[in-house]
Design a protein around this ligand. Sequence first.
Ligand SMILES: [Zn+2]
Length: 348
Amino acid sequence: MTETHQHWTWIGMDPNTSDDEWRRLLARLRQSGIQAILPEVVTNSAAAYASEHLPVRGPWLEQLLPLAAAAGLEVHAWMHAMPCNIPAVYQHHPDWYAVNGCGESTADKPPYVSYYRFLCPSRPEVQEFVGRRVRELAAYSELTGIHLDYIRFPDVILASALQPRYGLVQDREYPQFDYCYCEVCRRMFRDQTGVDPVALEDPAQDASWRQFRCDRISHMVREVLAPVARQAGKRVTAAVFPNWWHVRQEWHTWDLDGVMPMLYHSFYNEDLDWIGSRCREGVERLPAAVPLYSGLFVPALQPDQLAPAVRASMAGGARGVSLFASGSMSDAHWDAFASVNQKLTGNR
Ligand SMILES: [Zn+2]
């Protein structure tokens, strides 16, 4: 039977598992209805393939590619894009890092958590640095696609359920979480509009300044990263936010081969219906040719909630789901997933 939908799973970086264990896991994924895997081959601090410019944790991508092919699974390389916690980079190139509305750099004062060291997308050196990993990954002929994650600015407003964790009440956009006010971004915006963003009375209310930041991330995707991948015949997808304006992520304009909004309902104090509504909203914003896959947060889903979450997503127009992440899927989760997927396939 032809599968008109496609399901995915993210797989956290794990270069230390044996071939036999991967064979078993990958077979289970395929039998349960997963068609594509997203192994995390670049984090904010290391690579799990033979990179020539990032610290390497091991040849994991090289291990997975033939095993996934044998299991009948597509491989899309999951890479973090904008945060970089490699000491040699933030120590030697602090100027590459994004600066907030208080003038503080993520290089030495990252917001929220110590690893939130985001680079500035306006810097040519940053475009070259992040583009290089795409070039390296795209050279793997067995790879189907490149999956962009953290392709955004830091959250100017965190998801509502996360704010209490940091003791924050973000009832508006505050300058210490608002990026990027580096010299390059300020100059570019001034050249476009005649206004220095630091002179804006209330930057949060300025539509052109917000648009400028969205455009910097969109430029990174459309002009820098996607062309490199596509030139090598790779598909390009991205993990994106439902509250895209809080991370300056205008993903509906990116012309990708698929988007995975992270519909992590528990982060927003929401229920499973919310997942379906966010899918519908996303599908309506996207061009018809761009499929949306609903990103499900498995740690907040009991096995018996998986089927309703998948059904809500499909009813909202999603072409499939992407599970975050395989490591959180118990046997009972896989059984439930296989069963809902059988019904989906049977209904089509
Ligand atoms: Zn900047």
